[in-house]
Design a binder for this molecule. Structure first.
Ligand SMILES: [Fe+2]
Length: 612
């Protein structure tokens, strides 16, 4: 039985295919169209999923969409009524689109499917709709390694629900509690993201990275005015400070007055205020998440915990959750945002609607390391690189591992494309830029010469799973880079008095450990544990690097420039390689050195992408 899951029309459209409950393929549309967070119908991702499985459209039993259009419409209408006439502007702006597309979404989707997959099938008859948070919850529980678990989903806003608690058992998943729009932790975080001058829906990660520079001096002010947090973790926002129900911005004058002035301009200077605000909202997020988790543990007696929804990408809060020991085990869906809704919709159809049996083994999840996207064989890679005029060498498996590790040890920045592309926002060694984390200048160098941004965030480490507890204060799996932990004390370096007084990025440039490129100012790091079972080649490269240097860690940042979707094909990888100052490119078994490429192939590349 084949079920296609789709998420679209909000942000991060994606498609996913499951066969008898097993995940065969999943990918985000942005990787194919090269439009970041592409929200259009995932035409390319759907085609890819069917190709990967080698099936014809008529073999699809169901197509499941990740949310219910009518519920969303109802929310829009009721928000309008509740806030009228103040709400008229946003309502007027969104209505025409809603009437034309969203209200009749069923027909729109069926029409799209007919265009992509042909008219042999009446797609209306195969189309099902899940609910937004049920899709998130299903994506968090069904692929998890657990037979039973409590499930928390937190989001900006889906339909009505912004936070939901569910209990998963075998093939069942029941929602037990919900918090409704407009009361949303995700939107509060987004409001602060907007106010501190970052892009809503993508800058949340930057706010989290900025937080360690600040002091949480605004916590009381936020709690007294903006959010009322109850002991059980439930909360209410005071809507008189926000504009997302009624206007076209996130926050209003009243909000500005509370924090002493207008929002920071997007390219404006970062000041202590933004850093303190970031630290404060981060602290509040952690408080809510921990309280919700404690309450659900008490209520349900569950030992396992699953997380999804945009807020689940807050890996600092996840790390705290882990250290609080509220649950024995935690599993977080790597595609926690709306892209993962496609997966949840498909799995929900299979287990909840069709009642098919589900087995779990207690340790391994069903995500296959989240390597669920396109792969390219050697012939295809060679053909594509030749067509592009690239100069490359084909190496044996051993040669490739040895050479890559040696180049890392020599301080080279390497574009690394191997195996299937990752599903979810993080690069996990399928489409990554890798480098030596011991170098004190690597953070700066990669940012300025490869990513083309100044960043107050350090890079993330990939570490061999078997060595993680020797370098970080964590002894468990973090295969999806969704947990933060500190560098162990024996590898740290303390700052001098003068260094402590430095501000912003200057502070980050002071080495904090033996692996400075991945260590934040508070000694924290966003960890990816690398497992032999799911990515043997990446594991082998890091193992070889360890033999050469004694260090089982490499820098891992996504293979793209700022504002660009992560590379998908060998062509994308080559363009990014030639458009940046990467030294080496590895695609499958092909190795390319920058100095061996014709300089005429260099591209003016970075300017094509907007700042993210
Ligand atoms: Fe969502």
């Amino acid at each position: 039985m084949y079920i296609l899951g789709i998420s679209a029309y909000y942000h991060d459209s994606a498609a996913c295919l499951i066969k008898d409950g097993e995940i065969v393929a999943a990918a985000q549309e942005e990787r194919f169209t090269r439009i970041k967070h592409d929200s259009g119908f995932p035409t390319n991702a759907i085609k890819y999923c069917l190709d990967e499985a080698g099936i014809e459209p008529r073999q699809l039993d169901y197509v499941a969409f990740y949310d219910k259009p009518f519920l969303k419409f109802e929310r829009l209408l009721e928000t309008y009524l509740a806030f009228a006439p103040r709400g008229f502007k946003s309502f007027a702006a969104s209505m025409p689109v809603w009437i034309k597309e969203k209200l009749f979404q069923k027909y729109v989707i069926a029409k799209e499917l007919t265009q992509i997959l042909g008219k042999d099938v009446n797609w209306l008859e195969h189309l099902l709709f899940s609910e937004h948070h049920l899709s998130h919850a299903a994506s968090a529980f069904f692929p998890s390694p657990f037979e039973e678990a409590a499930v928390l989903t937190m989001d900006g806003v889906g339909e009505w629900t912004t936070t939901s608690l569910a209990i998963g058992k075998g093939n069942s998943l029941k929602v037990t509690k919900e918090i409704h729009f407009p009361h949303s932790l995700g939107l509060l975080y987004s409001a602060l993201t907007y106010y501190t001058g970052f892009k809503v829906n993508s800058g949340e990660y930057k706010v989290m990275g900025l937080a360690p520079y600040g002091e949480p001096t605004f916590v009381d002010k936020i709690k007294e005015n903006l959010i009322d947090i109850k002991d059980d973790g439930s909360f209410q926002l005071d809507m008189s400070y926000f504009d997302y129900c009624t206007g076209l911005t996130m926050t209003n004058k009243r909000f500005d007055n509370l924090f002493g002035g207008p929002p920071r301009e997007s390219e404006g200077e970062l000041t202590q205020r933004e850093m303190d605000l970031a630290a404060s909202i981060q602290k509040i997020t952690e408080e809510v998440v921990v309280k919700l988790a404690r309450n659900v543990a008490k209520d349900t007696g569950q030992k396992n915990f699953c997380l999804a929804g945009g807020v689940a990408l807050n890996c600092v809060a996840n790390g705290i959750l882990l250290r609080e020991n509220i649950f024995d085990k935690i599993w977080i869906q790597p595609a926690a945002g709306d892209a993962g809704g496609a997966l949840g919709a498909a799995l929900g159809t299979y287990y909840i609607m069709l009642g098919k049996p589900r087995t779990s083994n207690g340790s391994m999840d069903a995500m296959r390391g989240s390597y669920l996207g396109p792969d390219f064989n050697s012939n295809d890679i060679k053909e594509r690189l030749t067509r592009l005029g690239a100069n490359f060498k084909e190496l044996s498996d051993d040669e490739l591992v040895n050479t890559t590790a040696q180049k890392l040890a020599d301080g080279k920045a390497i574009g690394w494309m191997n195996g299937r592309m990752e599903f979810g926002p993080r690069a996990l060694g399928g489409r990554s830029i890798i480098a030596d984390p011991r170098s004190p200048s690597m953070q700066k160098l990669l940012n300025l010469k490869v990513k083309y941004r100044e960043s107050f965030r350090p890079f993330a480490p990939s570490i061999l799973r078997e060595d993680v507890n020797k370098w970080f204060e964590i002894d468990g799996d973090s295969p999806y880079m969704l947990l933060v932990a500190n560098v162990v004390e024996s590898k740290r370096r303390t700052m001098s008095k003068e260094e402590q007084n430095l501000f912003g990025i200057d502070k980050l440039n002071v080495p904090r450990s033996e692996i400075p490129a991945i260590t934040h100012v508070d000694y924290s790091a966003r960890i990816q544990t690398v497992h032999k079972e799911t990515n043997p080649r990446y594991h082998a490269v890091i193992s070889r690097f360890k033999e050469l240097t004694g260090c089982p860690v490499v820098v891992n940042t996504s293979f793209n420039v700022r504002g660009e979707p992560i590379v998908c094909t060998p062509d994308d990888a080559f363009r990014c390689f030639m458009g940046t100052e990467l030294d080496v490119l590895v695609v499958g078994n092909m190795l390319l050195s920058k100095e061996e490429q014709a300089s005429s192939l260099k591209e003016d590349y970075v300017e094509k992408y907007e700042l993210d």
